[in-house]
Design a protein around this ligand. Structure first.
Ligand SMILES: *Cc1c(COP(=O)(O)O)cnc(C)c1O
Length: 401
């Protein structure tokens, strides 16, 4: 019989009852170090007192009113995001897919309202992940996710990640712009070269196209800067955000320059929940922490420490690890052929460490941004034990052959 909870996930048999910082406690009393953050989302870790208080206080006042009224919490959050970024205006929604869906609409609408309605197509990249709605699936382009859902939404042209010639070849008179993750998360923790991001920006300027960034996973401090594109010294025309911006409370956002934002006016786009007082109270509390003096510098420092630890881990375990990659606190361990990322993930759980699998046989580490260097060291130690556990498990199998 089908479970009451629709079985769209192959879930681990673990249920957590409590968290604190980078720690989670399961029903059976086991304690874990959380280097998954609920897929790069619990940016402040668990039960962060400032975030907890902001949500509790706001919930006791008013949670939801709809966008038929002014929402001071949303006005304040938008103004703070504008002050801290390239953007002139922000639209709030509830998830990453919704933010991307809105970003795609904003790009198409901008073209339509500036005399170029034939320009509706968007260039995306192999290995991308933009969400599970019909349009964001088409932008994602992964046949595995598209199969059985009818005709793919038209308007997306996918090219090889990092290949500038392929991008240029894909431009047609129907092209509106490009959408790229500065660091591909689900696709295997693959950073775009900073030079490639700069070339995309220059190419969009040259052809009058829009540059859209999907910073749902790498954004909001995870790269060590507030937004990952800052490392390349470029600005997009429009950007999607979600995951970390609510610290675990569902919140998404489209951040845009005025020349894009002004085309989303009353009647063109909307949401019932999006940017409600409760979600924006959470968003403001997360910003309080991330924008505090020295916080992002500390993220950068801990990230470099973890990176060095992982490189040393790779040296000691070169029989199993092929490569370490990523940026900031979104790091990936690519395993050698025949060594499965999901097996290492399970072995890590047995050692008390939570991680997330990603594409290209990569084990993804996306700890809360508040981790200490000691917690980074502990994760490396637990990974080393997990690798040893895998080696032991492989021996009897080989012997039996
Ligand atoms: C997770 C993710 C999404 C989708 O976000 P949801 O909140 O699951 O809809 C989109 N883009 C990127 C880069 C992501 O990592």
């Amino acid at each position: 019989m089908i479970p009451a909870l629709m079985p769209t996930y192959a879930r681990a048999d673990l249920a957590f009852v409590r968290g604190e910082g980078a720690r989670l406690w399961a029903e059976d009393g086991r304690r874990f170090l959380d280097f998954g953050s609920g897929i790069a989302t619990s940016s402040l870790g668990h039960a962060h007192p400032h975030l907890v208080r902001a949500i509790a206080d706001q919930a006791a006042k008013v949670m939801h009113v709809s966008n038929l009224y002014r929402i001071p919490q949303a006005e304040r959050l938008a103004a703070r995001h504008v002050a801290a970024s390239f953007a002139d205006s922000v639209f709030f929604c509830n998830s990453g897919a919704e933010a991307n869906e809105g970003m795609i609409k904003a790009m198409r609408r901008t073209m339509a309202e500036t005399g170029r309605p034939e320009r509706y197509r968007i260039i995306t990249f192999e290995g991308a992940f933009h969400g599970r709605t019909l349009a964001t699936l088409a932008a994602t382009g992964n046949p595995k996710y598209l199969d059985g859902f009818g005709p793919k939404v038209d308007g997306f042209d996918q090219v090889a990640f990092g290949n500038m010639n392929a991008v240029r070849d894909a431009i047609t008179p129907a092209t509106a712009g490009v959408i790229i993750e500065p660091v591909q998360g689900e696709g295997g923790v693959r950073p775009a070269e900073l030079r490639f991001l700069r070339e995309l920006r220059a190419m969009c300027d040259e052809y009058g196209l829009l540059l859209g960034l999907d910073e749902v996973q790498i954004g909001m401090g995870r790269s060590g800067k507030l937004w990952a594109h800052q490392w390349a010294g470029i600005e997009p025309d429009v950007m999607s955000a979600a995951k970390g911006i609510g610290g675990g409370f569902p919140l998404g956002a489209i951040l845009a320059k005025e020349h894009v934002a002004k085309h989303l006016k009353p009647g063109t786009h909307g949401t019932t929940y999006g940017g409600n007082p409760l979600a924006c109270a959470a968003g403001n509390a997360v910003l309080d922490v991330i924008l505090a003096d020295g916080f992002l510098d500390r993220v950068d420092r801990v990230a470099r420490h973890l990176w060095r630890g992982l490189l040393a881990l790779k040296e000691r375990n070169a029989d199993l690890i092929e490569d370490v990659r990523g940026a900031g606190l979104l790091l990936g361990i690519r395993l050698r052929e025949g060594v499965l990322n999901t097996d290492l993930q399970a072995a890590a759980v047995a050692e008390g460490l939570l991680t997330v699998a990603a594409g290209q046989n990569v084990l993804r580490l996306a700890p809360p941004l508040i981790i200490t260097e000691a917690e980074a060291d502990e994760a490396v130690m637990l990974l080393e034990r997990a690798l040893a556990r895998m080696r032991e498990a492989a021996v009897p199998k080989a012997a039996a052959q």
